[in-house]
Ligand binder design. Structure first.
Ligand code: PRP
Ligand code: URA
Length: 212
């Protein structure tokens, strides 16, 4: 893959590298794993919201009236269930006023294609940016399908946030949806023969929720 793709952003930060290393560690148990994933979610959201539109407002401090700025458009956070929930907790910490939508999808482990089983999206979702979150971008099938769904609801500013991306998934997603910015905490080497990210962290949902 071409790592210079303008819409593909790898968080380049020592604190993120430290967090991702502890998340990868097979010794890290679900309670700690969830805590660390949540923290990376907040940092991904910080980067992904860098160019959000602002609106000028007057604000009265205890000293005087001055001008401040607030986010102009409503933000929607959409985790892809189930593993996306872990990352979304951190995103919501940064953006507590965001509305949350949910998309349920699991990957058929034989065919490696996403199977959709749930969808609940807020009615005003197309009025502002959407942060679609899922820790793993593997083949890219789940992200591509979820973005198709969001676009069918009129969303035009969609940003995909993940913990670990495989080059295969980045290529597929940028080809299918070149307008969508991808933010990841790490870009890994490849997929293995059964579609898992190498070196990766294993199965994100299982590690979050202890269903090993
Ligand atoms: C994982 C992950 C993504 C998907 C990525 O979910 O959270 O949704 O696989 O794979 P892809 O890029 O090849 O589509 P999984 O199917 O394990 O479901 P879960 O979140 O319910 O555990
Ligand atoms: N889903 C996961 O949870 N892990 C992978 O490595 C690939 C897909």
């Amino acid at each position: 893959m071409n790592e210079d793709q303008p819409n593909f952003i790898v968080l380049d930060h020592p604190v993120v590298a430290d967090l991702v290393t502890h998340i990868r560690d097979e010794q890290t148990q679900p309670p700690r794993f969830r805590e660390l994933v949540e923290r990376v979610g907040m940092l991904l959201a910080y980067e992904a919201t860098r160019d959000f539109a602002l609106q000028a407002v007057d604000v009265k401090t205890p000293m005087q009236l001055t001008q401040g700025h607030v986010l102009q458009f409503p933000v929607t956070v959409v985790p892809i269930l189930r593993a996306g929930l872990g990352l979304a907790q951190g995103v919501m910490q940064l953006l507590p006023k965001a509305v949350m939508g949910h998309v349920g999808m699991f990957r058929d482990e034989e065919a490696l294609v996403p199977v959709s089983y749930y969808e609940k999206l807020p009615s005003q979702i197309s009025q502002g940016p959407v942060l679609l979150v899922d820790p793993m971008l593997a083949t890219g099938g789940s992200a591509v399908a979820a973005i198709e769904l969001l676009k069918s609801r009129g969303c035009s500013d969609i940003r995909f946030l993940c913990l670990i991306a495989a080059p295969e998934g980045v290529d597929r997603l940028t080809q299918a949806h070149p307008d969508v910015h991808i933010y990841t905490a790490a870009l890994d080497q490849k997929l293995n023969e059964v579609g898992y990210i190498i070196p990766g962290l294993g199965d994100a949902g299982d590690r979050l929720y202890g269903t090993l």
